[in-house]
Design a protein around this ligand. Structure first.
Ligand code: NAG
Ligand code: NAG
Ligand code: NAG
Ligand code: NAG
Ligand code: NAG
Length: 373
């Protein structure tokens, strides 16, 4: 891993941008805006402003975040979208869209619409009373109006079409809705539920496209059978990964790759990239010491016996002595160290791909295709 990562960083240096208002002929190398949609894997604090119990704006979350503050991120520190905007030289972290009084700079350089607990299946988010994936584009419409009032309509459309979009969801649909509460299991076998979820995902992508977004990175599922939560639910004593759930996640990911290829063909000028988060997490689980971990089977927060996450991972929960040595911070979510590796592993490939193909610029700059319904 060493050499490619260094190469990647060196590559990025060359393309780093310092201003947010590049004029002239924009292209893929000049990413100045990042927009994020999804669940707790990427929510940087929207749920702080939503009436739900799915919140992480309390200790011990955020203990390794700059300033050691709980921000609403379901981890001890930064999430993948934070590492992304930092690596691109845009800003340090990416704020939640619902945060009051975002500056013009924050709006133009990118915000986050994700909501912890969300799923592509509306029913999933309804357990937690959060903003389901299907409602996140509504906030994007509002965001676009704000951009228009700051930079004018032409520039606002340009910003949207050049933005790098990150989408990460789906885990809750399977983890809670299908495997744990088993509500959808009454209606669907796993294969047909995967298709159901991906139909929703496809609608979601089409909607973002119709609103003017073009370059989208879609994360697949993690090895769900290796999340500490699942190990507790299924077998507290053995604590090994549930192989069936991992196979399900892999088959979902294979379908997702095909879906993205097909949908990209149908949405002219779009670029839909698959982000593999399954492999880096498996690598860390299979070879913990190589990545500096001593524990991958239980979360740092909590006893490892209960299902500590969100409202159950609180200041009085028992904590491991050093969360940097744990892959998972709570029973569902990776810690900052793990997220940093996931970022390097998956975005390294993606951004290299992305930088390679400048032929896409022409398609993507085809202004006739910018339509906002
Ligand atoms: C970024 O945009 C500027 C201004 O349009 C352009 O001069 C520069 O070549 C672009 N950077 C890359 C790496 O293409
Ligand atoms: C947001 O701005 C308004 C008006 O400028 C101000 O009254 C309010 O206190 C600000 N809120 C926060 C959270 O900064
Ligand atoms: C799953 O359900 C679908 C639709 O109901 C059906 O066509 C398919 O054969 C089922 N697959 C399995 C493995 O049972
Ligand atoms: C925690 O572990 C990390 C990585 O092994 C190490 O760099 C750090 O110094 C440790 N922190 C404490 C407080 O022991
Ligand atoms: C780059 O573009 C070429 C031709 O347009 C295509 O064959 C190739 O698959 C593309 N590569 C990536 C990584 O998108």
């Amino acid at each position: 891993m060493q050499i490619p990562i260094l190469f990647f960083l060196a590559t990025l240096q060359v393309f780093q941008i310092n201003t947010i208002t590049c004029k002239g002929n924009p292209n893929f190398h000049n990413i100045t805006t990042v927009l994020v949609f999804g669940d707790s894997s990427v929510d940087t604090g929207n749920n702080n402003y939503v009436t739900t119990f799915a919140k992480a704006n309390h200790n011990p979350y955020g203990q390794n975040f700059p300033g050691h503050v709980p921000t609403g991120r379901f981890s001890d520190g930064k999430l993948v979208p934070d590492f992304l905007v930092e690596e691109l030289g845009i800003k340090e972290t990416i704020p939640p869209y619902l945060q009051p009084n975002l500056s013009n700079f924050e709006l133009i350089s990118g915000v986050n619409f994700a909501s912890a607990g969300a799923g592509y299946d509306d029913f999933t988010g309804s357990f937690f009373d959060v903003i389901p994936m299907s409602q996140q584009p509504g906030y994007l419409r509002q965001y676009f109006e704000k951009l228009v009032s700051i930079v004018g309509e032409k520039e606002a459309r340009m910003i949207m079409s050049r933005a790098l979009v990150v989408i990460s969801a789906g885990t809750n649909d399977f983890l809670f809705n299908y495997y744990t509460l088993q509500i959808r299991k009454l209606q669907f076998n796993i294969s047909s539920y995967q298709n159901f979820v991906q139909t929703r995902l496809n609608n979601f992508l089409q909607e973002l496209y119709s609103l003017g977004l073009r370059i989208m990175v879609v994360a697949g599922l993690p090895p769900i059978g290796c999340l500490p939560f699942q190990k507790v639910v299924e077998s507290l004593v053995i604590r090994k990964c549930l192989q069936n759930q991992n196979w399900d996640a892999q088959s979902y990911n294979d379908k997702l790759k095909k879906l993205l290829q097909n949908t990209e063909k149908n949405l002219e000028g779009s670029r839909l990239l698959y982000s593999d988060i399954y492999s880096p997490i498996m690598k860390m689980i299979k070879n913990p010491s190589k990545y500096g971990f001593v524990e991958t089977r239980r979360g740092c927060c909590g006893t490892g016996i209960f299902l500590e996450t969100g409202p159950l991972c609180i200041a009085t929960a028992s904590m491991c002595s050093n969360s940097s040595k744990y892959l998972f911070f709570d029973s569902v979510h990776p810690g900052q160290e793990a997220y940093q590796f996931i970022f390097k592993y998956s975005f390294q490939r993606l951004l290299q791909q992305y930088f390679k193909n400048s032929t896409h610029e022409d398609r993507y700059m085809n202004e006739r295709k910018y339509s906002l319904h």
